[in-house]
Design a protein. Structure first.
Length: 412
């Protein structure tokens, strides 16, 4: 029996699904693409719920409500910050999750959490379809589709922009005609959450010659007066960051604190290429001050407490973990298995890492592990180990040693 297709890949697919579904859930950011998709859905006559998952990017609920109300759609805003921090960011810290070892991954972490909220909400509301608005040049497409499928959602799902390319000008004009004139052409697109702010397109399109406007940055902008230096202490317990300068903080607050504190020194900007599904590369710029210092501090601490061979194998597992995340295979047995391997190591990672912050750099000035393998006094260790290793007596098996006196007696 041929199974019916469930993937939405074009505007025609979207209109067909909307015409035959009683209730559609659409992921909604309030941006041009998601607003145009919302218009298409409502124009097709189905009931629409627009879902916004707040992962710490600072959403404007009033603006979202104004747009959805204009089209007669229901808006649902979910605070997903705690779930994102616990279920995605914390495992990423433990996996030292950097793309090719260059920059901290971000949307690879957020998309599975958004997809999980979408599937849970669609099932609760009885929605027949889940719509998102990623396009072919965005890795979000396979990450959302992959997560929704892996979670076993049985309805229609996908994006109308996979096979249908509509210019920003066309979308802007269509929304202006529908009574929403405030959308404007935008050269650079961005994505943000509590862990990272990333940017692509526009003046960042060509890796051979690109320009990064300073206005893109928020956490790493220069402050006035500029801080000269600062001491920073980060405490981990069982692989979990728990305190800053001795003050215990919930994970979401701890990350927000570090983004402001470390970012004030201009620390945590990244630039790098990322591959698309078919291997093409695109340039991305991001800022992630908290990620920079937390990933580095975690590496210092685990290096202090874990056996070298275990660390070598963990390095391999980390890139396997990252690969599964960026390829949109978050909810699969392989990623779960690599996560369990990494989880086995976290019980030993407790201690404190101290930094001295200065303009553009965070210098490590102390690593204090609760159960360290490192030496604290090398001279004393050299003396002790030499004494231990020299206090031995060579011996040979008795059956292999000739008795000299017996030998002499036989010769005489």
């Amino acid at each position: 029996m041929i199974q019916p297709l469930k993937r939405i890949r074009s505007i025609d697919d979207l209109k067909l699904v909307a015409a035959h579904c009683e209730h559609v859930l659409t992921l909604f950011s309030g941006g041009l693409d998601s607003t145009y998709a919302l218009k298409c859905l409502v124009d097709s006559g189905c009931r629409v719920t627009a879902l916004t998952v707040d992962l710490g990017e600072g959403i404007n609920a009033a603006d979202l409500q104004q747009i959805t109300a204009h089209f007669g759609a229901e808006l649902l805003v979910i605070d997903g910050q705690q779930a994102f921090a616990e279920d995605a960011v914390l495992p990423a810290i433990r996996a030292n999750a950097r793309y090719m070892g260059i920059y901290p991954i971000s949307s690879s972490l957020s998309r599975p959490i958004i997809a999980r909220f979408a599937v849970e909400t669609a099932l609760r509301l009885g929605c027949n379809a889940i719509v998102h608005t990623a396009n072919q040049s965005q890795n979000t497409l396979r990450r959302l589709n992959g997560a929704i499928a892996q979670l076993g959602y049985a309805g229609y799902y996908g994006t109308p922009y996979e096979y249908t390319a509509i210019s920003r000008e066309e979308k802007i004009e269509a929304l202006r005609a529908a009574g929403l004139p405030h959308f404007q052409a935008r050269g650079i697109s961005g994505d943000a959450n509590l862990w990272c702010r990333e940017f692509e397109s526009g003046s960042l399109d060509n890796p051979e010659s690109f320009w990064v406007p300073e206005s893109l940055f928020d956490w790493t902008v220069a402050v006035d007066p500029a801080p000269v230096s600062s001491e920073l202490s980060i405490r981990f317990d069982g692989g979990r960051p728990v305190a800053i300068d001795g003050e215990v903080l919930p994970l979401v607050e701890l990350i927000a604190h570090l983004n402001r504190r470390v970012g004030a020194f201009g620390i945590g900007r990244y630039c790098g290429l990322e591959h698309l599904e078919q291997g093409e590369k695109v340039l991305e710029v991001r800022e992630a001050p908290a990620a920079m210092v937390l990933l580095e501090a975690y590496r210092h601490l685990e290096t202090a407490v874990l056996d070298a061979e275990l660390l070598r194998e963990k390095l391999h597992m980390e890139q396997l973990w990252v690969r599964e995340a960026i390829e949109g295979r978050w909810f699969t047995p392989l990623r779960a298995a690599t996560d369990r391997f990494i989880q086995e190591t976290v019980q030993y990672v407790s201690g404190t890492v101290n930094y001295r912050l200065r303009a553009g750099a965070a210098d490590v000035c102390a690593i204090r592990a609760d159960a360290p393998l490192y030496l604290t006094d090398r001279d004393s260790w050299e003396k002790d180990i030499a004494a231990q290793r020299s206090s031995r007596q060579l011996s040979l098996p008795t059956n292999s040693v000739l008795d000299a006196s017996k030998l002499l007696a036989e010769e005489n």
